[in-house]
Design a protein. Structure first.
Length: 145
């Protein structure tokens, strides 16, 4: 038996275990290679927060709800709901202001805007092009934004 024959026998004996090991580890190697390629590519820009269309729709819905609650015959029974809706309007208005680049006031320690701040912010958002109802709620003296 020559050295060439011995190497052929060793190759025939070693091939099946090597194929099995390669098949077991191939997904891990492929994943590592894909991760390496993904690290080299720049990340796609991701938007901050919700789309402006959704923010505007939420603001319109909340303003309509606030108007209905303040016009109801039982304001004492729904005072807490009015307060909650005003807090939600303030939160969405701040998100919309951030998305549009409109300067906005910082909420107080409780995380709420006053009615004056909210009125000014809604007016600034409408001036920036956000479509809000003409008569949204009693945040302004004449009822217009």
């Amino acid at each position: 038996m020559t050295l060439l024959d011995a190497s052929r026998i060793a190759l025939v004996i070693a091939t099946p275990p090597l194929v099995i090991v390669a098949a077991q580890h191939a997904p891990r190697w492929w994943r590592a290679l894909a991760d390496r390629v993904a690290e080299r590519q720049p990340a796609e820009p991701r938007p901050y927060g919700l789309p402006i269309e959704r923010l505007a729709a939420d603001l319109r819905r909340l303003l309509r709800l606030h108007g209905e609650l303040t016009a109801s015959a039982r304001p004492a029974l729904c005072a807490q709901r009015v307060w909650a809706v005003e807090a939600a309007i303030g939160g969405r208005a701040i998100e919309a202001a951030t998305a549009l680049g409109v300067p906005h006031p910082r909420p107080d320690g409780t995380g709420l805007l006053t009615r004056t701040q909210l009125s000014a912010l809604l007016t600034a958002l409408a001036a920036a092009g956000l479509v809000l109802p003409a008569r949204a709620c009693p945040f302004t003296t004449d009822g217009r934004i």
